[in-house]
Design a protein around this ligand. Sequence first.
Ligand SMILES: Nc1nc2c(ncn2[C@@H]2O[C@H](COP(=O)(O)OP(=O)(O)OP(=O)(O)O)[C@@H](O)[C@H]2O)c(=O)[nH]1
Ligand SMILES: [Mg+2]
Length: 305
Amino acid sequence: MALFGGALKKLAAGLSRTKQVFVGSLKSLLGGRALSEELLDELEATLIQADVGVKTAIRIREDLQAAWQEKRIEKGDDVIEFLKNEIKQYWPESDRSVHFSDAGPTVIMVAGINGCGKTTSVAKLAWQFKQAGRKVLLAAADTFRAAAVEQLNIWADRIGCDIVKGSGSDPGAVVFDACDAAIARDADVVLVDTAGRLHTQDNLMRELTKIRDVVARKIPGAPHEVLLVLDATTGQNAINQAKVFMDAIDVTGIFLAKLDGTAKGGIVVAIRNEVNLPVKFIGLGETFEDVEPFDPENFVEAMFA
Ligand SMILES: Nc1nc2c(ncn2[C@@H]2O[C@H](COP(=O)(O)OP(=O)(O)OP(=O)(O)O)[C@@H](O)[C@H]2O)c(=O)[nH]1
Ligand SMILES: [Mg+2]
């Protein structure tokens, strides 16, 4: 469904750097020019700079070339509309929905490297689900630092949702308690905040698998979603991280954080084409309201508005 007025403006504001740099350079490259091999080369380079990924940039170029030969497009200005339509078609409808449990609490695990935006993203999801009338419980499974628990606690207070904190250093114990609490309190959604870890740290990656196993034993079908938070400002590196996390835990979707801080919004396209994972949410700022479910139609319209 298309967003109108305020919501589209908010999305466009969040994407303003990508709009200025990426879409701005596309428009100035293509405006008023006839299509040529040279122009297509320049376009391909611009797409790669915006982090859509080399594979994708080459594919888009080939599609444009074909459309040009068939005379479906003739000038640079036609390319923008073509690109918009092409990009929108990358994401099937089924991609974006959150999988909720049919009976009992839905458990959503959130993972990612240090500082990518996990805790903030958990807060954003908590707020979204609460807005939708669901009872939310946060599990403070980042037991690495006392400050991490406190950070999540502050969000829980602001949003007005429950939180389960552990007394020790075992994240498995925290999620164990959180699952019990969710069942006892009839919570709809449990959001599990985990500690940041490098995708190269094998032992910590195993710990994630362990958290996952605890959740799976406590609640049938859980975790219903495993969201990997990627920091959009890290560009192509995010793609490499995604691949390793996918091997350790069955990632079901991406929460792409910090899209407001980058001109490389094209990373959304690269994630779809290079790791074949759906982007489910995008983060567009530091407050819990700065979140949007990812919708390709709105995303592309806002970017090119
Ligand atoms: N601009 C912007 N900043 C964000 C966004 N999401 C998170 N941040 C900021 O990124 C920084 C790190 O966010 P956290 O949520 O603490 O990240 P984390 O992954 O939980 O960090 P660790 O638990 O230390 O691994 C904070 O300063 C957040 O305010 C976003 O969508 N946009
Ligand atoms: Mg955190």
